[in-house]
Ligand binder design. Structure first.
Ligand code: SF4
Length: 360
């Protein structure tokens, strides 16, 4: 079978399979470009089951581009709390303002214009253009990459620029004219539900007879994996600084990891200091406040994309100094029952839960 016959065979088999076997997901069948955009951004690096309730809540809270553009960033981060990769929420918000300012509140209809929006890369632009606007644009995410590497037995590192170029070209060639939206979703669905990273379901796969990796028994070996180095680990110490029934929280700078989220003051322990010394130093550096460290409240483990932390939260007494935003964007004294009004990163949320359990 030559390449052309393989391509035609894939087109013929895949879409009918999708129509019959696709999962019913809240964003499936959505025609509203805004809703499609939100779902695509949420689904980057996040599982469907996690995204579903967030997607519903987010659309209720911000039903259209204008509502999102008018909302304070705090409200957007709060709606995103727990979903991770908070840069996505900040860029969505920024992009909504751009859409209102430059495109009259409607998502632009061309890939070129979509790519000018903050946070919209080639994948997201392709997904919106094909699913919302019916343009014959390809998508290439982790699922599509895996399916294509297996179908066409691509035995080179898929992240390499030359291979990426080849995969995008292939993804474009496969699209049946005028049907990119359905076809792209079918390819992604096959990757998510059948052609899984481990133990792909080749016996039930509609493309089994067209798959070169399956014919060679190589499906589990493709795509080639990058050897990951073990993630570095850091100890982080934070203070629950109390004064007159209130707790001191501060806000991270707007850019960078967890940008714009609130947290308990603290930071990474240096080699030459104890956890308690770390809390005293960090609170002084971040806020210009002196504290006395008391008992350990809780220890929490958390993994980020590029490192892992063990976070040690200590009860602290306020000693002196009026807080100043020295190493943070803002600060506040809040009552324990007000903590839920602020967006905190996952590890800090676990500290809040420990506080609640202890204060019960
Ligand atoms: S036959 Fe197996 S490896 Fe090939 S596309 Fe289908 S599930 Fe993936």
């Amino acid at each position: 079978m030559n390449r052309r016959e393989r391509v035609l065979g894939i087109r013929r088999k895949l879409t009918p399979w999708y129509e019959k076997h696709r999962r019913e997901l809240p964003w499936r069948g959505a025609r509203d470009p805004y809703a499609i955009w939100i779902s695509e951004v949420m689904l980057q690096q996040t599982q469907v089951a996690t995204v579903t309730p967030y997607y519903r809540r987010f659309l209720r809270r911000f039903p259209n581009v204008r509502a999102l553009s008018r909302a304070p960033i705090d409200a957007v981060l709060k709606a995103w709390e727990g979903l991770g990769y908070y840069g996505r929420a900040r860029r969505l918000h920024h992009a909504a303002k751009t859409i209102v300012r430059e495109f009259g509140g409607k998502l632009p209809r061309t890939t070129k214009e979509l790519l000018t929006l903050p946070g919209v890369g080639r994948y997201t632009a392709g997904a919106i253009a094909s699913i919302a606007f019916g343009l014959d644009e390809p998508v290439l995410d982790g699922n599509v990459t895996r399916v294509l590497c297996r179908l066409f037995r691509i035995r080179t590192q898929p992240k390499a620029p030359a291979v990426q170029k080849k995969l995008w070209k292939l993804a474009r060639q496969l699209i049946p004219s005028g049907q990119a939206g359905r076809f792209n979703q079918a390819l992604m669905e096959l990757g998510a539900t059948v052609c899984k990273p481990r133990k792909p379901g080749c016996v039930v796969c509609p493309l089994r007879k067209l798959c070169l990796a399956h014919a060679k028994g190589e499906e589990e070996n493709l795509p080639l994996k990058v050897k990951r180095r073990p993630l570095p680990h850091y100890d982080v110490a934070v203070g629950i600084v109390r004064r007159k029934g209130r707790i001191l929280i501060d806000r991270r700078p707007p850019e960078g990891l967890l940008g714009g989220l609130w947290e308990f003051p603290g930071g990474r322990r240096r080699k030459d200091e104890t956890l308690q010394q770390c809390v005293v130093r960090e609170v002084r550096e971040e806020l210009g406040v002196a504290v006395r460290v008391r008992a350990l409240l809780v220890t929490v483990k958390h993994a980020y994309t590029h490192f892992r932390i063990t976070l040690h939260a200590f009860e602290c007494d306020y000693v002196s100094g009026r807080p100043k935003a020295l190493g943070c964007a803002a600060w506040k004294w809040v009552r324990p029952d007000e903590l839920d009004a602020y967006a905190f990163p996952g590890a800090n949320r676990k500290v809040i839960e420990a506080l609640r359990r202890r204060d019960k």
